[in-house]
Design a binder for this molecule. Structure first.
Ligand code: PNS
Length: 162
């Protein structure tokens, strides 16, 4: 069975992430989407909330599992015995960071870990969790960016009456 891990912050998951998850799930037998529990960052949503959002959004995808992890991605991959990492590339500006991360993960895993990139679908190429949060803060329309239940959570967190 060929498995892959799709790690990320997912604060919150957007349709761009969901698109990558679906496409990866068409290629791999199993995709483990894993939310980073990063003590250095202060995300809007807790790890549990981010995990629950992903679980709800992927409930129709039988080969997708949602988890969380802390520490190094390479250690987590070793623990799970999965050595393929999935990441999305929106634009060339993402590439430098992604390449560096991929090389570092490979080094940290004794050359076992490979990163597979999916070009983000054009319609989501401008989309990010940060921009979604900004739009929510000012009560903007999130219809094309996140599922409705996520939009409602965002509006409520930002005190928007929607
Ligand atoms: O959604 P993001 O914020 O772009 O995801 C970044 C993520 C979670 C994939 C990355 O920060 C990560 O893997 N962090 C774990 C720490 C780690 O392994 N660092 C070493 C590789 S540079």
């Amino acid at each position: 069975m060929k498995s892959a891990i799709y790690p990320g912050t997912f604060d919150p998951m957007t349709y761009g992430h969901l698109d990558i998850i679906k496409r990866a799930a068409n290629i791999f037998d199993e995709v483990v989407v894993s939310v980073l529990d990063n003590k250095e960052k202060t995300p809007l949503f807790s790890v549990d909330e981010r995990v629950n959002i992903l679980k709800e959004a992927t409930k129709e995808l039988p080969n997708v599992k949602i988890e969380s992890f802390g520490g190094l991605l390479s250690d987590y991959c070793k623990e799970k015995n999965i050595y393929v990492v999935v990441r999305g590339l929106r634009a060339v500006t993402d590439f430098e960071y992604e390449l560096q991360m991929s090389q570092m993960n490979r080094k940290l895993s004794d050359n076992k870990l490979d990163t597979v990139y999916f070009n983000t679908s054009l319609k989501y190429s401008y989309l990010s969790s940060s921009s979604v949060k900004q739009i929510a803060q000012f009560g903007g329309d999130l219809t094309d960016f996140v599922p409705e239940f996520v939009a409602l959570k965002l509006y409520s967190l930002y005190g928007q009456n929607k």
